[in-house]
Write a protein that binds this ligand. Structure first.
Ligand SMILES: [Ca+2]
Ligand SMILES: [Ca+2]
Length: 214
């Protein structure tokens, strides 16, 4: 009977390991996090976030991180806003492994009315496809936050650029479905296996004690 209980525990643990571990997770890749601060001043920067390698690239300037705004590009002219992506500046993000699903993109500092611009616009493209233009709608906060609904699977490259002078924005992050890191799967699997062995040893010891008593 006790042996049966032990095998039942091990079988349950194996089932939990098989069912729970490979499940993907919805998460936010947050460019306002300090882990992106090292991007500042570089034309390329790679960092692991939520198990994803974000391979960032800048053209028309260098990457620039601000704690509230996220990522922008610091261009060469004094007219440029270093914390935002302006005209002739492109921010790229190569993702390894690709995002299972990209749900939303979060932009900052994109307004319906700002000096010289009227309505600010941004352009983005996925996996090197056609550029898609988005215009500022009523910002949800004083930071000019705009959420773009994307809902695309298998996203490995996202690029951003501005369309006109004075129309600029920062990239604050994404919400996405990501595959959990292999190390996490391995650790949760080995942790459960360890728990199973511990239960088995406990039952065996108890059985030995009971045999010694009789
Ligand atoms: Ca800029
Ligand atoms: Ca702006």
């Amino acid at each position: 009977m006790k042996k049966n209980v032990c095998w039942a525990i091990l079988a349950l643990i194996a089932l939990i390991t098989l069912t729970v571990s490979p499940v993907s997770a919805t998460t936010v890749i947050d460019f306002t996090s300090p882990i992106y601060s090292g991007a500042t001043g570089n034309t390329t920067f790679a960092v692991v976030d939520q198990g994803i390698f974000n391979n960032l690239t800048a053209s028309g300037g260098v990457l620039n991180w601000t704690p509230g705004g996220g990522l922008g590009i610091n261009g060469p002219t004094s007219l440029d806003d270093p914390s935002e992506i302006g005209l002739l500046e492109v921010l790229g993000d190569g993702l390894v492994p690709p995002l299972m699903t990209l749900y939303d993109i979060y932009l900052g500092d994109i307004y319906t009315s700002e000096f010289l611009t009227g309505t600010e616009q941004a352009q983005y493209r996925i996996n090197g496809g056609a550029w898609i233009t988005v215009s500022a709608v009523t910002p949800t906060s004083g930071s000019g936050l705009l959420t773009i609904s994307v809902n695309l699977d298998n996203v490995s490259q996202i690029d951003f650029r501005a369309t006109k002078l004075g129309s600029d924005f920062s990239v604050r992050g994404y919400s996405a479905e990501v595959v959990p890191e292999m190390s996490t799967i391995f650790l949760s699997g080995t942790g459960l296996l360890g728990l199973g062995l511990w239960a088995q040893i406990n039952i065996r010891r108890r059985r030995q004690r009971e045999q010694q008593k009789t």
